[in-house]
Design a protein around this ligand. Structure first.
Ligand SMILES: Cc1cc2nc3c(=O)[nH]c(=O)nc-3n(C[C@H](O)[C@H](O)[C@H](O)COP(=O)(O)OP(=O)(O)OC[C@H]3O[C@@H](n4cnc5c(N)ncnc54)[C@H](O)[C@@H]3O)c2cc1C
Length: 428
């Protein structure tokens, strides 16, 4: 029997340390740092670098990476338990622990597909958070449908020349390099048309039209970019020609589950606040916590969060077991599709229980609710992931040959009578 819902005591000590460190040292930074991704900002570096050193000394740096890349080679289950603590302070705590998106995924691609020269120039400083990076795929006319992408690269005198527009290229303004998807083979089948390129940020022709922001983001950072005859040497292609989607999948499997792990922490923070408020606020002669409709909100939130957490942990366990993202595609898609709903519903209830204060910019709930929509779009829209879950499930079923389904009661009863008829003479 190997079903075990306990963390081993040694690792629990590490988790307790991380929890305390995040609450006391990292959480306050959310009020003083504009963007933890801005590695050129002196104030940011003064505040974040010493914390990163502490994490390194504690051997908790970049735990998602194998030891050959300077990480701890934690499996996904350990990462899940750790990431759900880091999720309390999205955008900052992962940077302090060296595992932030999109850099973690971009590092994964570089480690898998990069040449020795690419690794030396981009991977090492990326892993050390000396620089940050950007993943530039989505275009104004669509993000989830490869057939609509127009940004193209053509080969010219040993260089690839890239032209087109991308948007929602997060952190483009801070990035030292961008990983860009561009059409190189327009007549190939949809998933073979595009290739992946490394574009150094200083390459002439790379223009930031503007930075899009959402909600209470202090520094709008989702770049609307134009590539105007951007030339990169031929060896800046990452992976094979026409293989951009295969390469992208390498980063998305891990990326999606890590987002889900962090979302547990964000939703738990909303639940903590909801409970504190319910116990503190009195209206019409009793505390909110004594009102059954408030109790229902708290109970629903806890149950949904625990269900989600168990699915995330089980998915993490299956990734560790099979070490093959294709085998856990359904699980990852299910987690990805559930994630926005869990965060949305819990944050919306927390917002509501806080009354007018809840919708104000003095509380984090409106931002969390909006963040849930972000989660439902980025890394594949919810609808697409639900389609994946359904298709994979349906593979295990066969159509019935009859107009009646295979579990139609009269047919089953007739079969049962045929089998047991001799033994049950008395039954009419
Ligand atoms: C905060 C944020 C950060 C982002 N960062 C990045 C980044 O760093 N790099 C990058 O390349 N992209 C990034 N994106 C873009 C993101 O990947 C896209 O928004 C996403 O792929 C959806 O594309 P779209 O916005 O064009 O929506 P569309 O594809 O136009 O979708 C419109 C609507 O249709 C729905 N839909 C889509 N497909 C189906 C379907 N098959 N059936 C039914 N409904 C469907 C969608 O859910 C949505 O509601 C980011 C987005 C956000 C919000």
């Amino acid at each position: 029997m190997a079903w075990d819902f306990e963390t081993d005591p040694q690792f629990q000590q590490e988790l307790d340390w991380i929890d305390e460190f995040v609450r006391s040292e990292v959480e306050p930074l959310r009020y003083v740092i504009e963007s933890a991704y801005d590695t050129r900002n002196a104030t940011r570096n003064k505040l974040i670098r010493p914390l990163q050193d502490i994490v390194r000394k504690r051997q908790l740096w970049a735990c998602h990476l194998g030891p050959e890349l300077g990480g701890q080679g934690y499996g996904q289950v350990k990462l899940a338990l750790m990431n759900e603590i880091l999720g309390r302070v999205p955008g900052i705590a992962p940077i302090v622990f060296g595992c932030q998106a999109p850099d973690s995924g971009n590092a994964e691609i570089l480690a898998h597909y990069g040449t020795a020269a690419q690794k030396a120039r981009y991977l090492r400083p990326l892993l050390d958070n000396e620089i940050v990076s950007c993943f530039s795929m989505t275009e104004p006319q669509g993000g989830a449908d490869p057939k609509v992408f127009r940004t193209a690269a053509r080969l010219e005198d040993g260089h690839w020349v890239i032209n087109g527009e991308k948007w929602f290229s997060s952190n483009a303004r801070y990035a030292a390099f961008l990983i860009v998807m561009a059409v190189t083979d327009p007549d190939a089948p949809p998933y073979k048309r595009m290739s992946m390129f490394i574009v150094p940020a200083e390459t002439p022709g790379l223009e930031i039209i503007r930075n899009l922001g959402y909600s209470a983001e202090r520094a709008p950072s989702h770049g609307y970019l134009r590539y105007n005859n951007v030339r990169v040497p031929a060896d800046h292609m990452l992976g094979g020609r026409g293989e951009a989607f295969a390469v992208a999948q390498t980063r998305l499997g891990g990326g999606r589950i890590h987002h889900a792990m962090r979302t547990i922490g964000e939703a738990r923070r909303a639940l903590d606040m909801m409970c504190e408020r319910a116990l503190s606020r009195e209206t019409q002669g009793e505390r909110l916590s004594q009102k059954q409709m408030v109790q229902e909100k708290i109970a629903d939130s806890w149950m949904e969060l625990e269900q989600f957490r168990l699915l995330v942990l089980r998915t993490a366990w299956r990734i560790d077991k099979y070490k093959d993202y294709l085998k856990v595609r359904k699980d990852i898609s299910a987690v990805k599709a559930l994630m926005p709903r869990v965060l949305h519903d819990i944050a919306a209830r927390a917002l509501h229980i806080h009354g007018s204060l809840g919708i104000s910019t003095e509380m984090p709930f409106a931002e969390m609710v909006l963040d849930s929509f972000h989660m439902g779009l980025a890394d594949g829209p919810t609808e697409v992931h639900k389609i994946t879950v359904a298709r994979q499930l349906l593979r295990d079923y066969r159509p019935s040959n009859d107009i009646f389904p295979s579990y139609h009661v009269p047919a089953l009863r007739a079969q049962a009578f045929e089998r047991y008829g001799d033994l049950i003479e008395d039954v009419a």
